[in-house]
Design a protein around this ligand. Structure first.
Ligand code: MN
Length: 195
């Protein structure tokens, strides 16, 4: 899966790169750069910091992407967990909202969830309105395809859906310990982050 992460705090970028091992992370610190390269980058999922470098804030970038007709999942990621933020993010067109410091289990869950659906979609279709028209029957097809993929080990290895099909609560102790460690590191780094 190709993940576009618009974020000006490079500590968070390296954290997400570690958490999302096996996926491609494309990072911009400036929203305009992200918009400019969007069609070339063809991401499957967007993680969007709200306070970013450049002229536009994250929500403005999200609004622009939605106005351009992009329907891919967009997750807002922000240090500013204040009342009303979630609503603002959703109103701008985000699908979900996560507050920093980045909660690793939640991040893993989101990546797995969207990676699973990306594997069953033609990424080029999602920009068109045809997807809307297909509606429920498309969802059914996706679900059955997910089942197929999870029962085909060769495909899992090839496409890294092994992580995607694994249930979030089935993480072993090593993964949990690692997640906790990453979370602690991130919290420490967030404290010194003035952005
Ligand atoms: Mn920021």
């Amino acid at each position: 899966m190709r993940i576009l992460y618009v974020e000006d705090n490079l500590t968070n970028v390296s954290l997400v790169k570690r958490v999302a091992r096996g996926h491609d992370i494309i990072n911009y610190i400036d929203g305009e750069d992200a918009l400019h390269n969007f069609d070339k980058d063809k991401p499957d999922l967007v993680l969007m910091d709200i306070q970013i470098a450049g002229r536009l804030n994250g929500l403005e970038v999200v609004k622009e992407l939605r106005e351009q007709g992009h329907q891919l999942p967009i997750i807002a990621v922000t240090a500013y967990a204040m009342v009303g933020d979630r609503e603002k993010c959703l109103a701008a067109g985000c699908d979900e909202y996560i507050a920093k410091p980045l909660p690793i289990p939640k991040l893993l869950e989101i990546i797995k969830k969207y990676a699973a659906s990306v594997e069953t979609q033609d990424t080029h279709l999602r920009k068109t309105d045809e997807v809307k028209a297909v509606g429920a029957s498309e969802k059914e097809t996706q679900e059955s395809q997910v089942a197929d993929v999870s029962s085909t080990p060769a495909e899992m290895n090839e496409t890294s859906t092994d992580e995607a099909t694994e249930h979030p609560t089935s993480n072993d102790e090593t993964t949990d310990a690692e997640a906790t460690k990453l979370e602690v590191e991130n919290e420490e780094q967030e404290k010194s982050d003035t952005k």
